[in-house]
Write a protein that binds this ligand. Structure first.
Ligand code: G6P
Length: 609
């Protein structure tokens, strides 16, 4: 995952920036860079390699300076190149950036028309030129950055330095983490507290839309509306080797809120792409993916639910038959192998014993094509598969899987689209539209997280019950399954999910005023059907909790509480609808006083049968 470190001090900041990058190494990266201001001139060094190589280069070049920004970049496929490594420069302005700029194409065209020349394939370079352009009219780099940020769409964090104003760094955050480190006569910023523990424990966690002007002795925070605001200073108690909890109480909460960034990292390779390439899944993927005639997905737990969602996408969009099996069942079942099927294993850890055994079993049966979607690069499952897609969720500590699930879904959308394209089922126009939707996804997730306050109210009510039902239809049925699993895992409330049409075939007998029923009600072709199912619940006194889309014509009434998600996502809707369900489970577990990150009897990685 990409990392940012920035510093303004009276001493040489180069060693501090490099040590900060070194402490972010655990997040994964493949290129690194630093820019400092030396005697009123910007100097930049970048390396398509490790931080150690960058450090050697700074020593060789005797790089020193009192103001600087640095970055680790996790490029995805193909060789990570120096030209794409950050910082990116325009005139004397340098920028580092995490996240996705959705409208970078449109801004690039405008800037090119104004004469700006681009030297990289990144959306970050667009930011550098845009700030440079605003500098022509703005009073200073702070004003220019505020103006540029106002034009950017997407989820991102940036740090900016300019040779015209040494002793000053401007940072901004929207949808990607960023914090300040308050030193003694020196100021810092980073994407993760662990990068700054070497210099200070006094941290400020920035809020959505904040832009900050950092000087050695002072700083000024402007909120999303441009108003000057104070943000509280936290004293970090983090030890250098722990994964930072930041402003959160639990890892699960942190990981829920990390999802915009995790999805941005996972989708990084499509952000700048004009088209989707089979190489996303490995160098030889094009040949294999063109050859297959069906898909067999094997997984456990939450990863299995990701597989069930994918089945709807793969059959509807790519037109390929798709079977999804629980790995622990498949490995003992006498099934009929199809050597032309693509066997997809999905796993957060890549170490789940049943999933590994199922993959080995599939191979023994004669399956030849294996793809693994996994969050851990060196894991057993990845090593066993010819094709792979690594999700970029970063370490997931909470036992209940959250960001691993939504990044798996992102990976599975990409797989679906690549399969559809190889089969001539994706027009160029559709492809562009979907790439744009993927670019918008991190920002859409940030918007959806804003329903937390409303979900907390639901959670108080759920915590008082011992049972709950979750209803969904079509592709949102597996999201209902995932919502029920989350609630069970950490709140210990017995929860079951049903495709809403099945209600009348049994579970309706359970419905009375003691039974909370969650209905996932996106504005899709099945909404009218779902409304009748909700009516069946309402008529029996069941308490309905409805997650609807912004423009759904559903309103709260006696016995029916509706939360409208503030964004739309078309075929990506299941990803958006997952977040409120994660929050519901989290807050219900909190109300019940449970150990959210370590629920009883459960393990993060189940490496035994
Ligand atoms: C355990 C975890 C779940 C996870 C499942 C599969 O049960 O508690 O959160 O979904 O294993 O794990 P995997 O690492 O294969 O995704």
């Amino acid at each position: 995952m990409c990392g940012i470190v920035a510093a303004v001090a009276g001493r040489d900041v180069v060693p501090l920036l490099l040590e900060g990058l070194r402490r972010l190494e655990y997040r994964g990266y493949d290129s690194a860079g630093v820019a400092v201001i030396v005697d009123g001139k910007l100097q930049r060094l970048r390396s398509a390699g490790r931080v150690a190589e960058l450090t050697a280069a700074t020593a060789q070049n005797k790089l020193t300076g009192n103001t600087g920004i640095a970055h680790t970049r996790w490029a995805t496929h193909g060789a990570p190149s120096e030209k794409n490594a950050h910082p990116h420069i325009s005139g004397g302005i340098a920028v580092v950036h995490n996240g996705i700029i959705e409208n970078h194409d449109a801004i690039r065209l405008k800037l090119q028309a104004a004469g700006y020349q681009f030297t990289s394939d990144t959306d970050t370079e667009v930011i550098a030129h845009l700030i440079h352009r605003h500098m022509q009219t703005a009073a200073d780099i702070f004003a220019a950055t505020c103006a540029a940020v106002g034009e950017l769409q997407g989820a991102f964090a940036i740090a900016v330095a300019t040779e015209a104003e040494a002793g000053r760094v401007v940072v901004a955050r929207r949808g990607a983490p960023l914090l300040l480190g308050i030193g003694d006569g020196e100021m810092f910023a980073a994407s993760d507290a662990s990068a700054l523990l070497q210099v200070t424990r006094r941290m400020i966690y920035l809020e959505e839309g904040d832009v900050v002007d950092l000087h050695r002795e002072r700083y000024e925070v402007r909120d999303a509306a441009g108003k000057k605001v104070e943000r509280p200073i936290h004293l970090s108690e983090l030890t250098a080797d722990a994964v930072d909890l930041g402003p959160y109480r639990h890892y699960m909460q942190k990981e829920i809120f990390e999802q915009p960034g995790a999805l941005a990292n996972t989708l990084e390779m499509v952000v700048n792409a004009q088209s989707l390439s089979p190489q996303l899944f490995g160098v030889d993927a094009a040949k294999t993916l063109a050859e297959i005639d069906s898909v067999l997905i094997l997984a456990c737990g939450t990863s299995y639910h990701a597989g069930v969602v994918a089945r709807y996408w793969i059959e509807a969009i790519a037109g390929l038959p798709c079977i999804v099996e629980i790995a622990s069942e498949y490995r003992y079942r006498a099934s009929v192998p199809n050597p032309r099927a693509l066997v997809v294993t999905i796993s957060q850890s890549g170490e789940t014993a049943d999933t590994i055994a199922a993959l080995n079993f599939a191979k023994e049966l004669g399956h030849r094509h294996c793809l693994s979607i996994c969050n851990v690069p060196e894991s057993a499952l990845v090593r066993l598969s010819d094709l792979r897609f690594l999700t970029r969720a970063g370490p997931e500590i909470g036992v209940a899987s959250t960001k691993a699930f939504t990044t798996q879904l992102a990976a599975l959308v990409l797989l679906t689209l690549v399969l559809a394209k190889l089969r001539g089922r994706l027009t160029a126009a559709n492809e562009q539209e979907l790439i744009q939707a993927l670019r918008h996804l991190p920002a859409a997730l940030s918007h959806v997280l804003q329903v937390e306050a409303q979900i907390k109210e639901w959670a108080k009510k759920f915590a008082a019950h011992d049972h709950a039902l979750f209803l969904g239809r079509g592709i949102h049925y597996p999201i209902a399954m995932e919502g029920a699993l989350k609630l069970k895992e950490i709140s210990y409330i017995h929860a079951e999910a049903y495709p809403a049409g099945e209600l009348k075939h049994g579970p309706l007998a359970l419905v009375d005023k003691e039974m909370p029923v969650v209905a996932i009600a996106p504005n899709d072709a099945l909404l009218e059907k779902l409304k009748s199912n909700m009516q069946e619940v309402h008529a029996r006194g069941g308490q309905l909790y409805v997650l609807a889309d912004r423009d759904a014509r559903l309103v709260s009434s006696a016995g029916v509480e509706v939360i409208k998600l503030p964004d739309h996502a078309g075929i990506l809707s299941p990803i958006l609808h997952t977040l409120p369900l994660q929050l519901l489970a989290y807050h219900a577990a909190l109300v019940r006083g449970n150990d959210v990150d370590k629920p009883r009897n459960l393990a993060k990685s189940v490496t035994v049968e």
